[in-house]
Design a protein around this ligand. Structure first.
Ligand code: GLP
Length: 256
């Protein structure tokens, strides 16, 4: 039987998982501080703890962040950058601005996210691929996972060779994300621009975070199934350096 790469670490709580993820990213950044470090970021609730812990670590450090570049996975389409529900705003309020406020040299002009308010989604997608290429590729990509196994907004059926593109959100994603839109699924945009599976797999390292019982079923499938289109996150098993950090509720099995 073919064996795939997957390094699983299970932590006793969400807080512990978030701290360890922050430390992991911090260490990767230190290795490349003097050079350019391109960190791929994800949105969603899972990432909140990690981002806060990472900000704390940076605050305590005297590192220079002028070589830190950020690229986000996805953005709704269409959505104005000024819309409080846009991922642009989520990132600006909760990460880019606080990072700049640390006064360690980070500049928000080094933060990128797909353009959800452009005229032509095909052009916006191509431009985003170009941005990543110009940065020299992603050093470390953070990921969450949807309850049906999407990464970014790569829903079931996404090809292994997919690049940044416009996609249609699945009913389950719209249902899961309506909490950010006053609980009204009619307000959730039906489409999004997302890095593709191939774009994600080009990152040098990948760190996926999952917490809570609601992710247990998908994590079980992910561990068991070989890479396949019905479970987009399973394609991560084809990557040489992929790490899964889970809390015990997402893992489900008893820790020994
Ligand atoms: C959204 C994002 C994904 C994220 C997923 C999980 O759909 N586009 O990138 O991984 O949600 O979100 P959460 O962490 O809130 O469960």
């Amino acid at each position: 039987m073919k064996s795939y790469n997957l390094t699983l670490s299970v932590f006793p709580s969400y807080e512990e998982m978030s701290k360890r993820a922050a430390l992991f990213v911090f260490k990767e950044f230190i290795k490349k501080e003097v050079k350019k470090f391109v960190l791929g970021l994800a949105t969603g609730s899972t990432q909140i703890g990690f981002r806060q812990e990472f900000l704390k670590l940076l605050k305590k450090s005297s590192l220079c962040l002028k070589n830190l570049y950020l690229v986000n996975l996805d953005e709704y389409w269409p959505i104005k950058k000024g819309n409080p529900q846009s991922y642009f705003q989520e990132m600006k309020q909760n990460f880019w601005q606080p990072l700049e406020n640390l006064k360690l040299g980070f500049n928000q002009k080094n933060a990128f996210i797909p353009n959800g308010e452009g005229k032509n989604p095909k052009i916006c997608a191509l431009e985003y691929e170009e941005t990543i290429k110009k940065l020299g590729g992603i050093d470390l990509q953070m990921l969450g996972v949807g309850i049906e196994g999407h990464i970014g907004f790569n829903e079931k059926g996404s090809s292994l060779f997919s690049k940044t593109r416009l996609v249609t959100l699945s009913p389950s994603t719209i249902e899961a994300n309506k909490r950010f839109f006053l609980g009204n699924k009619n307000l959730v945009p039906k489409k999004a621009l997302t890095m593709g599976i191939a774009t994600i797999l080009k990152a040098k390292k990948i760190l996926l975070l999952a917490n809570g019982e609601k992710k247990q079923a998908i994590i079980k499938r992910l561990i068991k199934e070989p890479p396949n289109k019905n479970l987009p996150a399973s394609f991560l098993k084809l990557h040489k350096m992929v790490f899964f950090f889970l809390d015990k509720d997402a893992y489900g099995e008893k820790l020994t």
